[in-house]
Design a protein around this ligand. Sequence first.
Ligand SMILES: C[S@@+](CC[C@H](N)C(=O)[O-])C[C@H]1O[C@@H](n2cnc3c(N)ncnc32)[C@H](O)[C@@H]1O
Length: 205
Amino acid sequence: MNYRLAYSVGFHPWEDAASDPPFVQKISEMFDREERGREPPYGTALDIGTGSGIWGTELATRGWQVTGIDFVDTALRRGRARAHEAGVDMRFVRGDVTALERADVGGSFRLVLDTGTFHDFNEKQRKAMGRGVTAIASPDATVLLLVWPKRRRPLIRGASRDEVEEAFPGWEITHVEPSHFRLPKPMQLLLRPDEHWYRLRRGTA
Ligand SMILES: C[S@@+](CC[C@H](N)C(=O)[O-])C[C@H]1O[C@@H](n2cnc3c(N)ncnc32)[C@H](O)[C@@H]1O
């Protein structure tokens, strides 16, 4: 997917998920699980491929200290405006998520969220992202990855469970759960994503 082109022409169907109740309910449950038994502030979270900051802003509203990273300026501008409007203090960084060690995001993140970036990468990019996440995550971190199954394109490459595991050695997949993501109506005729949330923890569940 050419994200720069997509954002420049206003093509960002993934943002519709924010107004789709089944998807919103599921992602809220994913966040609830990471917050259970604790009081805000919950700690630092990195929103990978934050886009216009929809889910990063949501995490910040819930009480996380959030940094979002993306390489598309148009998206980051919209993200800053969204966070401002929501009255939350979210940090936005322009950078490449396949080179996180070199991006100015900081470290020791307790939660790493990716709603749809990893699953369009090739093997080299997936492994680079996994290495970067491992470098910037705290020892007790959780990674939440939204992944389309492996498919022949159009649009998104997808990733298999094996590919997730290969990209995150030293991490354990604790949950794989349907995300209930739906494409906008006309696109449903072309593609049914059958997308899943992968939850990973370092070493042990
Ligand atoms: C499917 S969109 C999801 C955006 C956002 N997380 C959301 O759910 O609204 C994937 C995002 O990843 C970003 N992205 C893709 N490859 C990237 C890379 N190598 N470095 C930084 N951002 C990247 C794109 O610009 C896009 O905003």
